[in-house]
Design a protein around this ligand. Structure first.
Ligand SMILES: [Zn+2]
Length: 165
């Protein structure tokens, strides 16, 4: 089991010591697309995961860490241009339903030719949506949050295991 505690989110608290460490969490090819949020203060204490969007909305960033990793890891998602994405649907990470404004294909570049697409909440507010949905239905969010972390962990595993053909 991932957790016996009654506050799962405590299990996934981590801290980013400096801007250098934040940038270093991303792959070199992702670092070129990095537009950091303004007024970040370090150390940055993160609960669950850290995400933001740059002003144009094309790129969404995710920084995540599971207890087994020495350092946090980051990934850049690119939004699928409007018109090419399906009209809304189900987030494959948190299972929230939404319009195409809320849920769409976000792609991760694996190599210069290959990218993987994920049908997920555009703003990556998955954990908040899980908590909201569980509060309304009186369910315990822990299992769903563990599931979400598992999917994020898999994403980073896919990135590190990717080998071009
Ligand atoms: Zn979601």
């Amino acid at each position: 089991m991932l957790s016996q505690s009654n506050n799962f989110r405590k299990e996934n608290v981590f801290s980013i010591a400096s801007e250098k460490e934040l940038i270093g969490a991303f792959r070199p090819k992702d670092q070129k697309k990095l537009i950091l949020p303004e007024k970040l203060r370090f150390p940055l204490n993160v609960q669950s995961y850290f995400t933001w969007k740059e002003p144009s909305g094309v790129y969404t960033y995710l920084v995540f860490k599971v207890p087994g990793w020495d350092l946090p890891r980051g990934v850049v998602f690119k939004r699928t241009p409007p018109g090419r994405e399906p009209t809304g649907g189900l987030c494959s990470w948190c299972h929230a339903y939404g319009t195409s404004e809320e849920i769409g294909l976000l792609s991760v570049m694996m190599s210069s030719q290959v990218s993987y697409s994920y049908m997920i909440c555009q703003d990556l507010r998955c954990i908040e949506k899980i908590e909201e949905a569980c509060m309304l239905s009186g369910k315990d969010p822990e299992k769903y949050i563990a599931d979400l972390y598992y999917r994020m962990e898999k994403l980073f595993e896919n990135i590190s295991n990717y080998r071009p053909e």
